[in-house]
Design a protein around this ligand. Structure first.
Ligand code: PMP
Ligand code: GLN
Length: 387
């Protein structure tokens, strides 16, 4: 056998390796560290959903769903966003159920981006955007946000627009920084998108996790933006079921039609029993969604309080289930090295921020996931307080 055979492939993603999430979770398992790296809840999806999915599997709902999603799930999604964001989303024409937000992001990018197109992304940027842009033949234009506030400078955005600019990707609440876009941010964004006839991909997977009574300014709240936006979310975050890979994309009819042409050849449809179970949860048990911010705010506070006596400097956290820590009082090494050391020597796995920066810029900041039981957070914090 010619073991060099794979080298004949002219890689389409020559700069891509194993994702930081796989790497750090792998290391956490190897060293039996407390895993606060990859973002996933330690607790289970609600009993109601588990009972429903068991019921639907037993009842035989085991064949393909319609490609755009089970109608009752599309309706439940439209009802939720219409109520929460005062939008006028039509379930059949605007909502497409996808296999996680990852698929929705990939398909939205393939729908929009052609060879030579530019897409503006903000660093630190979630890791799946750039490969999808590259595979479409486009180019990601990275605008670096600065710690500790990570605010967008909208004049910089205008300065980065060229005749090739096709779209802007935003993520609010933002992974990995835990910041949120304000109403004034969205107004600026809306003006730029409209004036320059761009499109928006708005990654809102943490839409129901916003703290301190603040508001999530979904692009769906803004009529001008709704006309040119793909708004993407994930049930994995909302219902503690990241392994089910169920999400959705909301877009106007003309964009949805194009989106569905690609979606049908990427996955065609998503796991039917989960769609039915989640539709029931949304319609019969919607309190979970509205209680999620308080639930995670309590977790954030447990972690913040447990780290009070540490030498880490905590950054503000307005949403998501991630908290950033600056370790410059503890070590001078780069964040990737620091995270390896922390996992191997001190039994806590975290995510280094620099991997989300195209430039590799390192502010000595790491990300901790607090979607964990309180005792896990307290045990991890005890270890971190010893440094
Ligand atoms: N976008 C962001 C910002 C995320 O954090 C994640 C997952 N953690 C995704 C997209 C992907 O979501 P899913 O697991 O539903 O594919
Ligand atoms: N989005 C999750 C995180 O930020 C990880 C998802 C994945 O492993 N691809 O940690």
């Amino acid at each position: 056998m010619n073991t060099n055979k794979t080298n004949d492939i002219n890689s389409k993603l020559p700069n891509v390796g194993v994702s930081i999430f796989s790497e750090m979770s792998g290391l956490a398992n190897q060293y039996k560290a407390i895993n606060l790296s990859q973002g996933f809840p330690e607790f289970d999806t609600p009993e109601f959903i588990k009972n429903k999915i068991n019921y639907y599997i037993s009842a035989g709902l085991n064949q393909y769903a319609p490609s755009s999603g089970l109608p009752k799930l599309q309706s439940a999604i439209a009802d939720l966003v219409n109520t929460k964001y005062n939008a006028n989303i039509d379930s059949a024409n605007h909502v497409t159920v996808t296999s996680g937000a990852t698929e929705a992001l990939f398909v939205a990018i393939q729908t929009l981006v052609k060879s030579g197109d530019e897409v503006i992304v903000f660093d630190p940027a979630y890791d799946s955007y750039e490969p999808a842009i590259e595979l479409a033949g486009g180019k990601a234009i990275h605008l670096q946000l600065k710690a500790p506030t990570y605010r967008v400078n909208w004049d910089d955005v205008i300065g980065a627009i060229t005749p090739n600019t096709k779209a802007i990707i935003v993520n609010t609440p933002h992974n990995p920084t835990g910041t949120i876009l304000t109403e004034s941010d969205i107004n600026n964004l809306s003006k730029i998108i409209t004036d320059h006839k761009l499109y928006l991909i708005s990654d809102e997977v943490y839409e129901h996790i916003v703290f301190d009574e603040q508001t999530h300014f979904s692009a769906l709240r803004f009529e001008q933006l709704r006309k040119r936006a793909f708004v993407i979310s994930s049930f994995g975050k909302t219902f503690h079921c990241t392994g089910w890979k169920l999400g959705y994309c909301i877009a106007p009819t003309n964009l949805t039609e194009e989106f569905r042409k690609i979606h049908q050849y990427v996955t065609f449809s998503s796991f039917t029993p989960a769609q039915a179970a989640i539709a029931d949860m949304l319609t019969e048990n919607s309190t979970h969604v509205y209680a999620l911010s308080d639930f995670y705010q309590q977790k954030r506070n447990v972690l913040i309080n447990a780290l009070q006596d540490s030498r880490f400097k905590l950054l503000p956290c307005n949403g998501t289930y991630f908290l950033l820590l600056n370790y410059s009082a503890i070590s001078d090494v780069k964040d990737v090295e620091f995270c390896h050391w922390l996992t191997k020597e001190h039994g806590v796995a975290a995510i280094p921020l620099s991997v989300f920066n195209q430039s590799g810029h390192c502010d000595k900041i790491i990300r901790l996931c607090f979607a964990k039981n309180d005792n896990t957070l307290i045990n991890a914090a005890e270890r971190l307080c010893q440094l």
